[in-house]
Design a protein around this ligand. Structure first.
Ligand SMILES: [Cu+2]
Length: 632
């Protein structure tokens, strides 16, 4: 092991190749066994805490195998040298859709006589001009196919020319249902004869002209970037943390620390987005099943973009590559998967004294980001670190809205008409962050803070007084909470064992940003499958095996797994190692201006120090050089 190697480093391509080879040998895998997921089996927190750079260590992977013949998921943990730690079958579980399976499903759907005939009926004689996507069917399965088999559902669009935006031309009401393991179309849903909308949706430069130009803007750092990258460890300003990458979750942040007046203090052990689900709110045939769990049913990391300097990222950039194992065991490396850079972020603070003396500091932030493309949508995951000790997560949503066809001008209450006959169904994007926060140590509590006013009277003589009320969320059930802007509600993760200079528990506050609440009924099929959506905050005692809020295997799962299941035990969550699950997102009522490619929409949250530092860490930031003088 190289000196720089760390137990939390993502599995390299070389390691994944070793894992695949050893797994095949150890578990006697044949061609009918697909590698559904190869993830770093992260060492325990205790191991990480005692680890010193240079210590030798074994590297383990958690390998999920889909046996196509037995329709069975198995999970094993194996080292890069072939030592098997565990191997077990998970009856009833189904693996996420794999790329190789999507290819099979599209091939058989394209060759199916029933599909071809249905396309001819719509005037399409060349099946190669049809774009098909492979969507998980969810748990809304036609009764005659609901026998546990593994199914993919294929929405279709027409692409009249090779560079046309096919989302402008949905083939409405036609879907093939493919039994992936049997490699055949087992049903065709052909229940609409709405004409294919014909207005194109051009967005390529060659099609739009894209003539609006501004003068060049250069981000110039003549002395280089202010951060150092050592393997996967980043040091920037007073922050240090590690970048991680997971095939299921994509970008991960580990071991976040801040150097407070020379003393390194821990803030978080692991931060990730553990699920992303998109409930569609249109009952029409083409939309009601589109409730993909992009993390759990697809493996979000698989879809990570290779980023381009000057386009995706601007300035002094450092990129990290990531590798994923595909279903057939091939290891694919994604160049420039993670982008890291600094951004100017306006003023950090400013004050002009009565004597005219001015102090102002420009703020800068460090950004670690990656972008995925899952079918029509792009999701950017951006983690920001600020000079005032705060952290922000922002999801950037862009790409193309899903489309369906309906009669031009018709009342279609759950969709927006973008062009005559082209409709974009209402939907939500719901994300769930899994945050193993460690405020100066692992034993933490979570406190809800609300602002309130006493009635006008003795405690509130002028009517303008208000106070805050703090409630410790002592157990899992009491810790299932919703946002409440009317009460300025937020949550504070405190270390009840460490007091600050004024005797208060040190902490960080979780501040909700723009968000939404699910519209799907809780007892609906999707509501049960994504039960985690119905609370904005969940707190659980930290268990390494509790990783995904909708359970380990949401594909065709009928629901109830994950957070709703674990928390039914109502385990204590006070002064212990806790995990916060923060659910947030956006309710997307498409606009005509979201077409043909949607400008970035944002949703996220902040983690801000609250009683953690004695004073603002921003005070120590030096003034920047002004164009003509120093900035003060
Ligand atoms: Cu959307």
């Amino acid at each position: 092991m190289s000196e720089l190697r760390h137990p939390l480093d993502p599995l390299s391509s070389e390691e994944q190749i070793e894992i695949v080879t050893h797994a095949r040998e150890a578990w006697k895998l044949g061609d009918h066994h697909l590698f559904a997921m190869v993830q770093l089996e992260e060492p325990s927190k205790a191991f990480i805490k005692s680890f010193k750079q240079g210590d030798s260590f074994q590297r383990y992977a958690r390998v999920t195998i889909w046996d196509r013949l037995r329709a069975l998921v198995s999970e094993g943990v194996i080292s890069t040298s072939g030592e098997v730690k565990s191997w077990s079958e998970i009856p009833g579980a189904k693996a996420p859709v794999l790329g190789v399976e999507s290819e099979i499903a599209i091939k058989v759907a394209r060759e199916d006589a029933g599909v071809i005939a249905a396309l001819v009926k719509r005037g399409i004689t060349d099946v190669s001009t049809v774009h098909m996507e492979t969507w998980p069917i969810g748990a809304q399965i036609p009764a005659h196919l609901d026998d546990g088999r593994r199914l993919i559902w294929t929405p279709m669009w027409h692409q009249p020319t090779p560079d046309a935006n096919f989302y402008a031309h949905p083939i409405n009401g036609l879907h093939a249902i493919v039994d992936i393991d049997a490699e055949k179309v087992v049903a065709i849903e052909d229940n609409d004869n709405i004409p294919i909308p014909q207005t194109p949706g051009p967005y390529r430069e060659s099609q739009t002209g894209a003539t609006v130009k501004l003068k060049e803007l250069m981000i110039h750092q003549p002395d280089g970037a202010s951060f150092t990258v050592n393997g996967w460890k980043i040091d920037w300003e007073r922050w240090s943390f590690r970048i991680g990458f997971d095939q299921r979750e994509g970008l991960v942040i580990h071991d976040v620390r801040f150097s407070d007046e020379g003393k390194e203090r821990t803030i978080a052990h692991r931060l990730s987005i553990a699920e992303l689900v998109i409930p569609y709110g249109d009952p029409s045939q083409g939309a009601y099943r589109k409730n993909a769990f992009d993390t759990g049913e697809f493996g979000l990391g698989n879809f990570t973009n290779s980023l381009t300097l000057g386009c995706d990222c601007l300035g002094e950039i450092v990129y990290l590559d990531a590798s994923v194992t595909e279903g057939n065991g091939n290891v694919r490396t994604i160049k420039n998967a993670i982008c890291m850079h600094e951004e100017d972020f306006g003023i950090l603070w400013k004050h002009i004294d009565v004597d005219g003396h001015t102090e102002v500091r420009r703020g800068r932030r460090f950004v670690a980001s990656s972008i995925v493309t899952v079918n029509n949508y792009e999701y950017g995951y951006f983690w920001y670190f600020y000079q005032d000790g705060s952290i922000e997560f922002e999801a950037k949503l862009t790409g193309i809205v899903l489309t369906l066809a309906d009669t031009p001008g018709k009342s279609h209450p759950s969709a927006t008409e973008l062009e005559p006959g082209l409709w974009a169904p209402y939907h939500q994007h719901i994300l769930c962050a899994r945050m193993d926060i460690d405020i100066d140590g692992s034993d933490n509590s979570v406190v809800e803070v609300e602002s309130f006013a006493h009635p006008i009277g003795e405690k509130n003589p002028y009517g303008g007084a208000y106070e805050t009320r703090e409630t410790i969320l002592k157990s899992e059930k009491s810790a299932q909470r919703l946002i409440d802007p009317m009460k300025s509600r937020f949550w504070k993760i405190i270390n009840p064992n460490k007091k600050n200079h004024v005797g208060q528990s040190i902490g960080y506050k979780l501040i909700p940003g723009h968000t939404t609440y699910p519209l799907a009924h809780e007892e609906s099929v999707l509501g049960k499958r994504a039960g985690f959506m119905y609370k904005h905050l969940w707190v659980t005692p930290n268990k390494e095996q509790e990783r995904y809020p909708a359970g380990d295997y949401p594909f065709q799962h009928e629901g109830g797994a994950g957070l709703p299941d674990w928390t039914s035990a109502d385990r204590p969550t006070e002064n212990t190692d806790v995990v916060l699950w923060y659910v947030f997102g956006t309710n997307h009522i498409p606009r005509t201006e979201d077409w043909p490619v949607m400008p970035v929409e944002r949703t996220g949250f902040h983690l801000k120090p609250s009683g953690f530092f004695r004073r603002s860490p921003g005070m120590d930031v030096a003034p920047s050089e002004a164009v003509e003088t120093t900035c003060h």
